[in-house]
Design a binder for this molecule. Structure first.
Ligand code: ATP
Length: 258
């Protein structure tokens, strides 16, 4: 990165993300009678519980960077990723700006369970904006990369017959078949076996080299160390550290060992 111009791809400026859970009221207020009373009197339920998941996150990500997001369970990593993808709103007073359309690749990425793996590859590629001709070119490579056919012809079977690891591998293979300005990966690499993990980590490095920015949420320290030169540590929704992965990991490890 040193001799290239730094081009920002994602800017988070004092981003606060709050989940509002409507109707999460106490036991007395949730009875059918009290609901009926509210209906008759046209009173709105005032009970909205808030979860302040990300608290004032600020950072700048640049082209060509792979950034690991680490932190204990519930620290806000997936929430931040979803906000970068534009799937969650940022509270007023702060903002997240991103170049292009960031793509979120999560273990929950939508594929159709009743369709075969191959059909899902075609649909996924079309949904990412490839032309039918490009898709035709890529289907075999994507299935190869996913390795779902390593134990027989699974690509022609419905996705509901796949193990969760196989599904995750196929989702990753589809998303990684395209160049992304900003690719957001949520634990997708963790579900594969060691061989697939190696292959996908290489693909993340390639995507990065193609001048995109990759964010990787993972509980696997090894995955983060192997793919990301920079890491951001979130704890309780607050960025505790942001810098070279080795340094941030050291601080994080000291924290979790306490
Ligand atoms: N849909 C939701 N509605 C309400 N609260 C939520 C929702 N999703 C997450 N949260 C809350 O937001 C906080 C951050 O959750 P998030 O999933 O971002 O953490 P995480 O760091 O990705 O956790 P993990 O490592 O366990 O995947 C948690 O307190 C969680 O309970």
């Amino acid at each position: 990165m040193a001799d290239t111009e730094l081009v920002p791809t994602v800017i988070a400026d004092n981003a606060h993300i709050i989940y509002r859970i409507h109707g999460s009221i106490g036991p007395h207020q949730s009875s059918p009678l009290s609901s009926f009373k509210r209906l008759v009197t046209r009173q709105k339920s005032t009970a909205v519980r808030e979860v302040h998941a990300v608290k004032g996150a600020s950072f700048v990500a640049y082209k060509g960077e792979a950034i690991g997001l680490i932190g204990t369970n519930g620290s806000g990593k997936s929430t931040l990723l979803r906000a970068i993808a534009g799937l969650l709103p940022v509270e007023s007073g702060g903002a997240i700006y991103a170049s292009g359309q960031p793509s979120l690749l999560g273990v929950n990425a939508a594929l159709m369970n009743d369709l075969s793996g191959e059909r899902n590859v075609t649909l996924g590629c079309l949904a990412m904006g490839m032309t039918p001709a490009e898709v035709k070119d890529k289907v075999a490579d994507i299935i190869d990369f996913s390795g779902i056919n390593e134990r027989g012809d699974f690509s022609s079977l419905p996705m509901r017959t796949y193990s969760s690891g196989m599904g995750a591998r196929l989702r990753f293979a589809i998303a990684a078949a395209k160049k992304h300005d900003v690719l957001l990966i949520d634990e997708a690499l963790a579900t594969g076996d060691a061989k697939f993990r190696k292959r996908s980590e290489q693909r993340v490095r390639d995507l990065r080299a193609e001048a995109g920015t990759v964010f990787l949420v993972s509980h696997s320290e090894q995955s983060i160390r192997d793919t990301c030169e920079r890491s951001i540590w979130l704890e309780g929704g607050v960025i505790k550290a942001d810098g070279p992965t080795d340094d941030v990991m050291k601080e994080y490890e000291t924290f979790v060992k306490k």
